[in-house]
Ligand binder design. Structure first.
Ligand code: NAP
Length: 341
């Protein structure tokens, strides 16, 4: 693979730092790495492959024509401001925010599912929300042979999905609560330690939150299945790493648990951990720090024969974010879609 000049906006964040670890562990050739953030982190140093890199404050002038890859991992507002600048420089821009996910001119890519969508990129590629990715990875192998009709999903999302401050917030709230004090950190909509909060992002007029709407719209776009019906309920729980969810799914034709398990197990990036006889199923702790989407509790729905229910867990920072981005770079590089020089 070619060696790239890579610039990361949000390089000091929880996803940005994991991205650096993955570039290293997966052996992605990097010629030059720049890490950008806000004034808060500017001046901090981060080590990468024996080199000490100083984080710089981001400005429109930060982006140059020799950036081969620009990874935007900061916020929707930062992406809206900086993606067009990097795009106009001819850089290959990967955006981790929701700013461009539903833009019809921007591919939304999980390489195991729709790598071919990279071919029509016009400079910006978006990557899905960290709850969408695992659900779609598990549903896609069935959808390919028996089209998906309807999904009802409930999530149990770790605080890491809300960034580094949210991880610190849960730790601080937990320490205080164990000493008998309620000290909400403000990193979630309610105190999160020893609690469960059924609101992630803001409510829209129909009573769903934006996180729930993202799951529905992104799933349809990635699977090229605009008519799939999806109802999501997204809940933040006091785990640190690893998003979990219960997925109910109905397909055009009835499917049983045996066939569903066989198809899901055949999918790249997915590992089935499912044996009720020996009480085998995955938990968020099993997913933390790994790249696979783990699936268990696969069963036929007792209320609607022919539909299935399963449980899945994934590390939101890894396959939900940084791993998927590194895979996009690898795949786009193989296809010659990243300009160099
Ligand atoms: N966490 C996940 O599981 C996950 C999954 C999928 C997608 N994402 C998306 O990935 C992005 C980063 O999330 P994160 O979890 O890594 O958050 P984080 O830990 O809070 O880190 C955010 C990083 O972005 C920087 N930043 C924020 N606003 C900026 C701006 N206007 N200009 C330049 N830099 C800015 C921050 O700078 P300072 O260091 O100076 O504060 C920090 O380095 C977000 O868009 C998020 O929605 C996150």
């Amino acid at each position: 693979m070619d060696a790239y000049n890579i610039t990361v906006v949000g390089g000091a964040g929880i996803v940005g730092r994991e991205f650096l670890k993955l570039l290293d562990s997966r052996g992605v050739p990097v010629k030059r790495l720049r890490l950008l953030a806000t004034a808060r982190s500017a001046g901090k140093t981060i080590d990468f492959r024996g080199q000490r890199i100083t984080v710089e404050e981001t400005s429109p002038a930060s982006f140059t024509a020799d950036d081969h890859v620009v990874f935007l991992s900061a916020s929707g507002a930062a992406s809206k401001e900086y993606a067009p600048i990097a795009q106009s420089n001819g850089s290959f821009v990967i955006d981790d925010s929701s700013a461009y996910r539903m833009d019809p001119a921007v591919p939304l890519v999980i390489p195991e599912i729709n790598a071919d969508d990279l071919e029509w990129h016009r400079g910006i590629v978006s990557q899905p929300n960290c709850t969408t990715t695992p659900m779609v990875l598990a549903l896609n192998p069935i959808h390919r042979v028996n089209p998906l009709k309807r999904v009802i999903v409930s999530t149990y999302q770790a605080v890491a999905g809300a960034g580094a401050a949210a991880v610190e917030g849960l730790a601080a709230e937990s320490r205080a609560a164990l000493e008998g004090r309620h000290e909400p950190s403000g990193t979630q909509k309610r105190e999160i330690a020893f609690n469960a909060v059924p609101q992630i992002d803001f409510f829209s007029d129909d009573g769903y939150t934006r996180e729930e709407i993202k799951m529905a719209n992104e799933t349809r776009k990635i699977l090229h299945a605009p008519s799939v019906a999806i109802s999501a309920t997204c809940v933040r729980i006091p785990t640190f790493f690893g998003h979990a969810m219960t997925v109910w799914a109905e397909f055009e034709r009835p499917i049983d648990a045996v066939e569903a398990r066989r198809l899901i197990a055949s999918a790249p990036g997915v590992k089935v951990v499912d044996d009720p006889a020996t009480e085998q199923y995955p938990t968020p702790m099993d997913a933390a720090g790994t790249d696979d989407t783990l699936v268990g509790r696969i069963r036929g729905d007792s209320s609607l024969p022919g539909a299935i229910v399963f449980w899945t867990v994934t590390d939101s920072i890894r396959k939900g974010a940084a791993t998927n981005v590194v895979q996009i770079i690898e795949e786009a590089g193989r296809r010659g879609l990243i300009r160099r020089g």
